[in-house]
Design a protein around this ligand. Structure first.
Ligand code: NDP
Length: 396
């Protein structure tokens, strides 16, 4: 019986709250806090209607450590589940240390003025969390998150050594908009427009943004799609934690239409993250762009089709070569029917709930700052099947 404080009333936040409400035996009290309390109230109303569970709502600016500390001291949660933006990771970890509360997030910290996806800022908190006898779990979404757990599970049950890893993220859905991102546009575009990077023979190899592609034939009728090599944050911890790894890459599908819009926006300067002076006011073009694009949460009723995210492994078991593909397929329409959100928010929100459940039930419990593959994957894999993200394993 635990009290969870969820921070961030966006697309992912909405799914997390709905899913926690479905597991009252673990999440006996739920508080949702965000900058805009009206968004929290709308989510709470939907949860009440769908599950009968009451969710408390609060206003907080999570960039302000003192404000979050005051909120935590007043409502006394057992865990802070951060699904605001990556910029809030460090202030929220500071607030957790100041109040002695456990922490979980789904995306690594980024400084607002440089698009850098690195765990170093959060890993630097390890000793402080250890000394405070507190746990912080990093990246409990789908990718990072479930992909890391797939790796730990493959390593535990199927391989003596994993030699190559390809994480492949396919959104075969369509929202019918000219251009929209499925999660926070600012974070999404910063991620996609950075240089590509993969790991081979102990070194990082850089590529120009979206300059490498391959076609992958996705299962269960999804079929072949073009995938682009990108850098993705889970690679950083996985190359340290997987035994015998020789190469690790991350791929994502994009439609020609999406890429054409992105190219134009980049070419005209709309994806810049540095401030420009407009009629005496400083504005950051990418933040202005976010304001005119559809809210990810508004895409729920519009999105049709499925996502397919998984890991392809090659390695050795009992002296023999082996190839394995572990994946989940998630339907945008079914996610919308269940919790009122599209599958991108759903595939992130469900693992965030399960990660919190692992910690609160004591199944994953170790002081310090940890990535997902550092824990026993079995209870998490079992819960994926139970709470809406069933997985399939195929020998290739
Ligand atoms: P949204 O933009 O829909 O929601 C973010 C929410 O955070 C907004 O409601 C916003 O508040 C709130 N917020 C922003 N700044 C603050 C602040 N200073 N204090 C309090 N609340 C704040 O984004 P998503 O829901 O799409 O994404 C949420 C997180 O999930 C992101 O970090 C994203 O990177 C991560 N993610 C992870 C994935 C994974 O697989 N691991 C996949 C997809 C997303 P308000 O509206 O109230 O102003």
């Amino acid at each position: 019986m635990s009290h969870v404080l969820i921070i961030g009333a966006g697309g992912v936040g909405s799914v997390v709250v709905h899913k926690c409400a479905q597991v009252p035996e673990v999440f006996s009290k739920i508080t949702l806090a965000s900058r805009t309390v009206a968004k929290c109230a709308a989510i709470a109303a939907s949860v009440k209607e769908r599950t009968g569970v009451s969710v408390a709502v609060e206003q907080v600016d999570a960039d302000n450590v003192a404000e979050t500390v005051a909120l935590i001291q007043r409502i006394k949660p057992d865990l802070v589940l951060n699904v605001a933006l990556p910029y809030q990771d460090l202030p929220l970890m500071d607030a957790c240390l100041a109040t002695g509360v456990a922490y979980l997030d789904t995306a690594n910290y980024e400084p607002p003025d440089v698009a850098k996806f690195e765990y170093k800022w959060q890993w630097a908190y390890k000793e402080r969390f250890e000394k405070a006898n507190l746990m912080a779990l990093l990246g409990s979404g789908f990718d990072p998150g479930v992909t890391n757990v797939y790796c730990a599970w493959a390593q535990k049950h199927h391989f003596d050594e994993i030699h190559t890893l390809d994480i492949i993220d396919c959104n075969a859905g369509d929202h019918g908009q000219h251009f929209a991102t499925n999660f926070n546009p600012e974070i999404n575009i910063r991620e996609i427009t950075q240089r590509g990077r993969y790991w081979e023979h102990g070194e990082w190899v850089e590529t120009d943004p979206l300059s490498w592609s391959m076609s992958y034939d996705f299962p269960e009728g999804i079929g072949p799609k073009k995938c682009f090599l990108m850098y993705h944050e889970e690679l950083e911890s996985l190359v340290q934690n997987l035994k015998g790894l020789k190469r690790a890459r991350f791929w994502m599908t994009f439609s020609e239409n999406y890429l054409t819009h992105l190219r134009v926006l980049e070419n005209v300067g709309m994806t810049r993250i540095d401030p420009v002076n407009y009629q005496g006011t400083e504005i950051v073009p990418i933040q202005f762009l976010k304001a005119v694009l559809p809210e990810p949460a508004s895409l729920g009723p519009l999105t049709k089709g499925r996502t397919c995210i998984g890991c392809v492994f090659k390695g050795i078991k009992d002296g023999k070569e082996k190839q394995l593909y572990i994946y989940n397929i998630c339907s945008h329409e079914e996610a919308y029917r269940e919790v009122g959100s599209q599958a991108i928010s759903y595939t992130t929100g469900v693992p965030a709930m399960i990660g919190a459940k692992m910690m609160l039930q004591g199944l994953w419990q170790r002081p310090g700052v940890w990535n997902m593959e550092e824990f026993d994957p079995d209870p998490f894999m079992a819960d994926l099947n139970k709470y809406g993200l069933p997985w399939t394993v195929a020998e290739l």
